[in-house]
Unconditional design. Structure first.
Length: 178
């Protein structure tokens, strides 16, 4: 082969190599452009989802503002009773302070809802027989001193003596689950 043919062969080989390299670079740039466009679309979609979530959060915050305010106001009353013993002790103190004649008392801890913040409650069954005014005032003082309690049963009957009443009371005091 002559030098001229060898030079042409190398030139053709060089041109084919350059075409192959350009084709590879073009394919890589197309893949990179497609990946960038997909990432751009995904980023825009994520931004829209974030804006939607932000709007939903603000909407939820505005809808629940009153409930959260009430929750904050009542939280100290519920936090006073971390155990059934705390609630029982406070109830016994209220009875003692009221100086009412207690015929019977029964305390029982019950599960209200496992998953809820308030999962347990102390249930107290009390029977009080004393002067009408004194007993009703004591009942009001009970609700004032333990505002988180719930009176689930209240039966008033005439007492054994003149101005006495018999009060059968069932009280539920929520126990806050920390």
């Amino acid at each position: 082969m002559s030098n001229h043919k060898v030079a042409c062969f190398f030139l053709v080989l060089l041109i084919v190599g350059m075409l192959y390299g350009v084709n590879q670079l073009r394919n890589a740039s197309v893949k990179a452009r497609d990946a960038a466009e997909a990432a751009q679309v995904q980023a825009e979609s994520a931004e829209q989802e974030a804006q939607l979530a932000q709007i939903q959060l603000k909407s939820l915050e505005s809808k629940t503002a009153a409930l959260r305010q009430i929750s904050e106001e009542w939280k100290p009353y519920f936090e006073r009773f971390a155990t059934s013993q705390d609630a029982e002790q406070r109830l016994v103190e209220v009875i003692r302070e009221g100086n009412v004649f207690l015929i019977s008392q029964k305390f029982e801890s019950r599960e209200v809802d496992k998953e809820a913040l308030i999962s347990d409650a102390l249930v107290a069954d009390l029977v009080v027989e004393d002067d009408y005014t004194k007993t009703i005032n004591w009942l009001g003082a009970l609700e004032e001193q333990i505002p988180s309690c719930r009176i689930s049963k209240c039966h008033l009957k005439r007492g054994d003596r003149g101005n006495d009443i018999n009060l059968e009371l069932q009280i539920q005091i929520p126990i806050l689950n920390h």
